[in-house]
Design a protein around this ligand. Structure first.
Ligand code: BDP
Length: 714
C-alpha cells in the first residue's frame, strides 16, 4: 500500500508521460484527504504565489508559499533550486533527484522525468517525516543503472513447469493459458509497485523459451508491445527472453550459426521490427547451451560470438543483450570427481573477457551453483574486468521455501553485494557490477496472487531487491523496516503499543529468517538436499546419484565437497587472493561454507567450538524452535486487529506449513547423519539437557549454551 500524503498542496512542474504519472500518483495520494495537486506542464516559471521565496521574505529564502510539496523537472525547476537551498553542481543523471525541506516546503528536483518519479516515491516512503523538520539537500542516484526483474513466465501452460516456472504466486501477471492475460489494471498496478521499489526493467517471459514464447519476438510481438505500453509510464523498459535458434524456428533458415550472414541479417531485421513497435525496448535475455537450450556451442562458436550476434542487432537502437553465464554440463557422471559444476561458469567465460560487445552484459548467478541458501560468491564476478556484469538473484524462493516459508533474503543479498573478492581494501561486488556498467537482476517472485507473492511477507524480498539495487549499501534490516511501515499502516499510524508490537513481531519473524531457514535445511554450505524436480522439502540423497553435478559425498566417515587445489577440484583457485587461500585452508574457511569447499570427518571441529555432526544436530533443533516461536508470535498479534484478516490467515496457514516442513527437514537430516556417522547427539555434559533449548544470547546476538560446554548457536 502507499501511504497517503495527507491534505497536502502539491505543485508538479514539467511535462511528459512520466511527469503525468507523478501527477496522477500525487492526486491519488492526497486528494482523498482534501489535498490538491496543481500541474504546470509548460513554462520555466511558476506563478509568483507558488514559488517558495516569492511568497516569502523577498530575500530568496522560502516563505510559507502556497505549496507543501513542489516536484519540478529540468528547466522548469530553475526557480526552485536556490529557493530550496540546493547547490546546482553537476547533473542529477537520468534517474537521480535532489530533495530538501526548507521554509515549510518540501522540494524534489530532477533533470529527467524518471528522477522526478523516484523522488516522488521517496517522499511517499518518508511519509509525515517529509513534511516535519527542515532538512538539508540530499542527492540520490541509483548505484546500478539497470535494476531488472526476470519473469520465468510461460505463455502456454507448460506440461512440467506450468504457467510460471518456479512460480509460487498463483500464475502469471502477463499470461494465461497461451494468451496475454489482458488485465491492464493489474499490470499497471504492478508497474507502480515496481517503480516504487526502484525497478526499471522487466523481462516478460521465461529464460527457457518454449514454442509459443519463441513467437513473442515476431507474430506475437503485439502482446509484448501492449505490456510495454503499460509499464512505460512508470519508467520500466520491457525485455524479452529469446531462443537462440529463432532464425531456424521462426525464420525457416537452416542454421542459427552466429557467423552466418543470413542469420545476422535475420536478427537485424527482426530486431528492427521489434523497435518499430516498441521504441524503448530494453533488449534480449538469453539462456544458451544450458539445460537443453540451444546455443552457439551447437555451431562450434563461442559464447562471445553468440552474444555479439544479438548485441550487434540491438546496437543501432540502444538495446542490450543479457547473456546468462549459467552454462554447465547437466549430464555429469557423479563418480567422476574431476568435473565440478561450480567451476563451469568461470571455465567457460573468463577466456572470453574483453571479447563481448559494449552492449552485451554477462549475467551471472550470485553463486557458482544455483541459488542455494548459502553459496560463496561466484568467482566470475571478480574475473571479467573487461566485461559488463549483471549479478542475478532469485527473489522467487525456489530453494528457500517457495514462498511457504518466511525467508527474508535482504541479508543474503546484502552480504553478496558487499563481498570484497580482493579482500578488505578491494572493491565490493556491487561496485564491480556498477563500474562495469552492469545490472542487478532478480528472478521475480510476483504473480497473479492477490498479495502479489503468495506469502504476503515475501513481498519484502521484492521491495528489498529494488532498494538494494538502487543503493547496495543500505542496511537490509532498515529496508525491511521501510517495507513494514509502507505495508502495515497500523505500525505507523498508531504510535500505539499495538503498532509497536506488530512492528516488533514482524522484525522478530523476518530479520533472521534466512539464517533460520539455513539452520533447518542443508548444513554448512553443502546445499541441494532437496527433493528432485520441484525442489521443496528434504531429500538428502535426492540428487546424490544423478547427473546434475550437485553432490554432498556423505559416507560413514564424513561429508562435503573437496574443492581445494591440493586434493580436490581446484575450484578455490578461481578466486583471487586472499579468498583463494582462505577457502583452500581448512583452518581459515568460514564455518558456514566449510562443506562447500572441504570434505571433512564428522568429528571435525568448527570455529564455533562444535563438531560438524553436533552442529548439524544443534542447528536443526534450533531452526525448528525458531519457526515455532515465529508461529506463536504471529498468533499473538491477532487480537490487536491491526492486520487484515485474510492476510493474517494466509500468513498463519503458511507458518503452519513452514513448521511442518522444518520438522521434516530436522528429522530427516538428523536421522540420516546419525545413521551415517553412528555418532549420537551430545547432550550437555553438565545439565544433560538439549543445548539447543538452553540458550543465552550474548551482545553479538549469538547464543551460547547456558552450561560450560560453551557451544555457540547462530
Ligand atoms: C534453476 C531452475 C530452473 C531454471 C534454471 C535457470 O531450477 O527452473 O531454468 O535455474 O536459471 O534454478 O535457468
Amino acid at each position: 500500500s502507499f501511504r497517503a500524503l495527507g491534505a497536502r498542496r502539491v505543485l508538479v512542474r514539467g511535462g511528459g508521460t512520466l511527469v503525468e504519472t507523478v501527477v496522477r500518483e500525487a492526486e491519488a495520494a492526497c486528494e482523498r484527504h482534501g489535498g490538491s495537486v496543481r500541474h504546470q506542464a509548460h513554462g520555466d516559471r511558476a506563478p509568483a504565489d507558488s514559488v517558495p521565496g516569492d511568497g516569502g521574505s523577498g530575500d530568496g529564502t522560502p516563505g510559507d508559499g502556497a505549496f507543501d510539496l513542489i516536484l519540478a523537472l529540468g528547466r522548469a525547476a530553475a526557480p526552485s533550486w536556490a529557493a530550496a537551498g540546493i547547490e546546482r553542481d553537476g547533473t542529477l543523471g537520468a534517474e537521480g533527484y535532489a530533495l530538501a525541506r526548507r521554509g515549510g516546503v518540501t522540494v524534489v528536483l530532477a533533470d529527467e522525468p524518471a528522477g522526478l518519479l523516484y523522488g516522488f516515491f521517496h517522499v511517499v516512503r518518508l511519509g509525515e517525516a517529509a513534511f516535519a523538520d527542515a532538512f538539508a539537500a540530499q542527492r540520490h542516484e541509483p548505484a546500478l543503472r539497470e535494476r531488472m526483474l526476470d519473469h520465468w513466465d510461460n505463455v502456454d501452460v507448460h506440461p512440467v513447469t506450468r504457467q510460471v516456472e518456479r512460480g509460487y504466486s498463483g500464475g502469471s501477471i502477463f499470461w494465461r493459458d497461451g494468451v496475454a492475460r489482458g488485465d491492464h489494471d493489474r499490470v499497471r498496478a504492478y508497474a507502480r509497485l515496481l517503480a516504487a521499489c526502484g525497478i526499471n526493467a522487466v523481462a516478460v517471459n521465461n529464460v527457457n523459451v518454449h514454442a509459443t514464447e519463441t513467437r513473442l519476438l515476431t507474430d506475437r510481438l503485439g502482446d509484448v508491445a501492449a505490456i510495454a505500453d503499460l509499464l512505460r509510464p512508470y519508467g520500466i523498459r520491457v525485455h524479452l527472453s529469446v531462443n537462440f535458434a529463432s532464425p531456424v524456428a521462426l525464420g525457416g533458415l537452416p542454421t542459427a550459426d552466429p557467423l552466418d550472414e543470413a542469420v545476422r541479417s535475420w536478427w537485424a531485421e527482426t530486431t528492427r521490427r521489434v523497435y518499430a513497435s516498441i521504441p524503448d525496448f530494453g533488449g534480449y535475455v538469453v539462456k544458451a547451451d544450458s539445460e537443453g537450450q540451444p546455443g552457439p556451442f551447437g555451431y562450434g562458436r563461442s559464447h562471445a560470438e553468440g552474444a555479439n550476434l544479438l548485441a550487434e542487432a540491438l546496437a543501432p537502437f540502444g538495446g542490450t543483450v543479457h547473456w546468462r553465464a549459467f552454462v554447465y554440463d547437466h549430464r555429469q557422471d557423479w563418480r567422476d570427481r574431476s568435473t565440478d559444476r561450480a567451476r563451469a561458469a568461470y571455465d567457460h567465460f573468463t577466456p572470453l573477457d574483453g571479447l563481448f560487445r559494449q552492449n552485451a552484459v554477462l549475467q551471472a548467478k550470485y553463486g557458482p551453483m544455483d541459488f542455494q541458501a548459502r553459496e560463496p560468491v561466484s568467482p566470475v564476478l571478480a574475473a571479467m574486468p573487461a566485461t559488463r556484469l549483471a549479478v542475478e538473484f532469485q527473489a522467487t524462493q525456489e530453494y528457500t521455501g517457495q514462498q511457504w516459508h518466511v525467508c527474508y533474503l535482504g541479508p543474503l543479498w546484502s552480504e553478496v553485494l558487499g563481498f570484497r573478492p580482493w579482500g578488505p581494501d578491494g572493491r565490493t561486488v556491487a561496485e564491480v557490477a556498477a563500474a562495469s556498467g552492469g545490472a542487478l537482476v532478480a528472478v521475480s517472485n510476483a504473480g497473479a496472487d492477490r498479495f502479489w507473492t503468495g506469502h504476503p511477507l515475501a513481498q519484502a524480498n521484492l521491495y528489498a531487491f529494488g532498494r538494494l539495487a538502487w543503493d547496495p549499501r543500505l542496511d537490509p534490516i532498515a529496508v525491511l523496516d521501510e517495507w513494514i511501515t509502507l505495508t502495515f499502516p497500523g505500525c505507523s499510524s498508531a504510535q500505539s503499543e499495538a503498532g509497536e508490537r506488530l512492528r516488533g513481531t514482524l522484525h522478530a519473524m523476518m530479520d533472521e529468517s534466512w539464517r533460520t531457514y539455513e539452520q533447518y535445511t542443508a548444513p554448512l554450505g553443502v546445499g541441494f538436499m532437496v527433493r528432485p524436480g520441484h525442489h521443496y522439502g528434504p531429500d538428502v540423497d535426492g540428487y546424490e546419484y544423478t547427473s546434475w553435478g550437485t553432490y554432498h559425498f556423505a559416507d560413514r566417515d564424513g561429508l562435503g565437497v573437496d574443492r581445494t587445489r591440493a586434493t580436490g577440484t581446484g575450484f578455490t583457485g578461481q578466486y583471487p587472493k586472499p579468498w583463494s587461500d582462505t577457502y583452500e585452508s581448512l583452518d581459515q574457511c568460514p564455518d558456514e561454507l566449510l562443506l562447500f569447499f572441504h570434505h571433512v570427518p564428522y568429528t571435525h571441529l568448527l570455529h564455533n567450538g562444535s563438531t560438524v555432526i553436533q552442529h548439524i544436530y544443534d542447528t536443526h533443533f534450533s531452526g525448528v524452535e525458531r519457526v515455532a516461536r515465529m508461529r506463536l508470535a504471529w498468533e499473538q498479534i491477532e487480537a490487536d486487529g491491526l492486520v487484515d484478516r485474510d492476510l493474517f490467515a494466509r500468513v498463519r496457514d503458511r507458518l503452519d506449513e513452514q513448521l511442518r516442513c522444518a520438522r521434516e527437514w530436522r528429522d530427516q537430516i538428523n536421522t540420516y547423519f546419525h545413521r551415517k556417522s553412528g555418532i549420537s547427539y551430545q547432550r550437555c555434559a553438565d545439565t544433560g539437557a538439549c543445548c539447543a533449548e538452553e540458550r543465552r544470547p550474548d551482545e553479538n546476538g549469538a547464543s551460547h549454551c547456558r552450561c560450560r560446554c560453551r557451544r555457540i548457536f547462530f
